[in-house]
Design a protein around this ligand. Structure first.
Ligand SMILES: [Zn+2]
Length: 413
């Protein structure tokens, strides 16, 4: 197989370095928007699908998807809330405590969270600092109801100027698991730079490309994630704004993320963690085109193995349920071509999705409880990043069937 070099073939540029030297890694087909769950009456109507292709930049090694959907279609009726992920609160609690200690934050310092969602991160500061959230989605209403000051819009340099009209520059700016969502990256970074105090710190947490590649986490690829970060492309991006990465921390979020600490050049000593993670990424092959060629082949194999297993079980008359109606799960379902003839239904805890149909596949979404009542022989885990928590919880509640976990080779647990 040869990777197709798209240089010069279209107008697509690297979202970070603007290079046209993009290599097409693979196509996952056309997908419906991953969080656009449908009302049952829409099952008889046409729906829109968007191309989902993965590219790698030959210059800065950013991995990105090819087609950027209009963010107002993706995020204004966003159904995801931070609180819905049980791992978020303890994780943010630990991080915020470390920010307060390490950067000696105190009363009067401003901490801004961009894409603050329901305010779960901001809440962890308590009264230690002045707080402000910025978020364009409907989740911002939840934060406002909690009494957390939140500006409801997409963050740009204009937002930064508006904040600075009444407040001091920010000592800490965070954006957790949203930095890969931002379409207008330059407008966003311009805003960060304008808002950041002289010795302020910009902290972002993003899923780590290394895990997409090494652990075959292809379910992270959907239209809300425009980019998959490793350190090199982030260094190129920050450098353009006079910022440098002075520390990086690996976390378990989303099955393996990096928390990246950036500040104005020279403001903080650069930790040895930066060189260590860069070395690790190089050893994992992230900065070599051959890695992506092999990965594309592994991806096809993983689909083939999962579908062979599901077809075999279904042909024997097994009942199979899906667990977790998430954007990631919809990538697995739509990439593999799983439809209601294979998966009877998907169980889900979030009220907003119940009674709806999964986008693209039209598989019905039902309450978690149904799995325990119907006891299907198999349960396909569709949120691989939460697999251990989900399996433990469902076993405790009394599910007796077997779990199927997708991956390079699907496992039965
Ligand atoms: Zn690039």
């Amino acid at each position: 197989m040869e990777l197709r070099e798209v240089k010069g073939l279209n107008e697509m540029n690297c979202q970070i370095c603007s290079s046209k030297a993009l290599v097409h890694v693979t196509s996952l087909g056309h997908h419906a928007l991953p969080d656009a769950f449908l009302a049952p009456r829409q099952a008889t109507e046409p729906f829109t699908v968007y191309p989902l292709d993965l590219y790698i930049c030959n210059q800065c090694w950013l991995a990105q998807i090819g087609y950027s959907v209009d963010p107002s279609l993706l995020f204004t009726d966003f159904v995801y809330t931070t609180e819905s992920n049980p791992a978020s609160r303890p994780h943010f609690e630990r991080l915020v405590k470390s920010f307060i200690e390490r950067f000696e934050l105190g009363r009067g310092d401003l901490a801004v969270d961009l894409a603050s969602n329901d305010g779960t991160l901001l809440e962890q500061y308590g009264n230690a600092v002045e707080l402000l959230g910025v978020d364009p989605s409907s989740a911002a209403r939840i934060a406002i109801e909690k009494g957390l000051p939140t500006i409801v819009e997409f963050f740009t340099e204009g937002t930064a100027r508006q904040i600075l009209a009444t407040r001091q520059p920010a000592k800490i700016i965070t954006t957790m698991n949203a930095f890969a969502h931002i379409k207008e990256l330059d407008a966003f970074m311009g805003g960060v730079l304008a808002l950041l105090a002289k010795t302020g710190v910009f902290i972002s947490e993003s899923h780590h490309l290394q895990n997409v590649i090494v652990k075959m986490q292809y379910d992270l690829i959907h239209h809300e994630h425009l980019r998959f970060y490793s350190l090199r492309p982030l260094m190129v991006l920050f450098d353009r704004y006079g910022l440098e990465i002075f520390d990086v921390e690996e976390t378990e979020t989303q099955g393996g993320s990096i928390v990246v600490y950036a500040a104005r050049k020279g403001a903080y000593p650069v930790s040895a963690n930066v060189a260590r993670v860069l070395e690790q990424e190089t050893a994992a092959g992230l900065y070599s085109a051959a890695t992506y060629e092999t990965w594309a082949r592994r991806l096809i194999q993983s689909k083939q193995r999962l579908m062979s297993l599901l077809y075999e079980l279904k042909a024997k008359g097994a009942r199979i349920a899906g667990i977790g109606a998430s954007a990631k799960g919809n990538t697995i379902i739509n990439y593999c071509g799983i439809r209601p003839d294979i998966l009877d239904y998907i169980t889900e805890g979030a009220e907003l999705k119940l009674g709806k149909l999964a986008p693209g596949s039209l598989i019905p979404v039902v309450a978690d409880q149904e799995l325990l009542e119907r006891q299907p022989e198999y349960a396909l885990i569709l949120t691989s990043n939460l697999k251990d928590i989900v399996i433990r919880r469902l076993r405790e509640k009394g599910y007796k069937g077997e779990f199927i976990v997708p991956g390079d080779v699907p496992s039965i647990e």
